[in-house]
Design a protein around this ligand. Sequence first.
Ligand code: AMP
Length: 114
Amino acid sequence: MLATNVFLKILAKDIPVRVAHEDDLCLAFHDAHPQAPVHVLILPKRVIRTHADLVPADAALIGHLNLVAVELAKELGLTAGYRVVVNCDDAGGQTVPHLHLHLLGGRPFDWPPG
Ligand code: AMP
């Protein structure tokens, strides 16, 4: 596999990460620069560049990513609540061009977000 961005390198096991969950469809791992006590990234193994590229055929996959977030929130003890974030493209603050959910918890979050 020709790994062209950091998440493809992680999926190819070329860069080590602290894995939180893995199945046929996705990989979840702890963020290298956590923005909260719990900060896990959940990404599909199939390449989807960004949220805006999702199509109806991806409905089950994006549902699966969200259900993995629910399970991880339970496993990681986020009983008081948590935040799920998807940054889309430049204005949304996306830095890695491979769709991913951020699962953040362990502290309160403000609204509106920065
Ligand atoms: P985004 O800005 O939404 O594209 O999120 C990319 C996230 O990937 C950031 O929170 C980074 O801290 C995280 N990240 C980048 N490289 C690594 C890495 N090698 N291991 C774990 N997380 C990473």
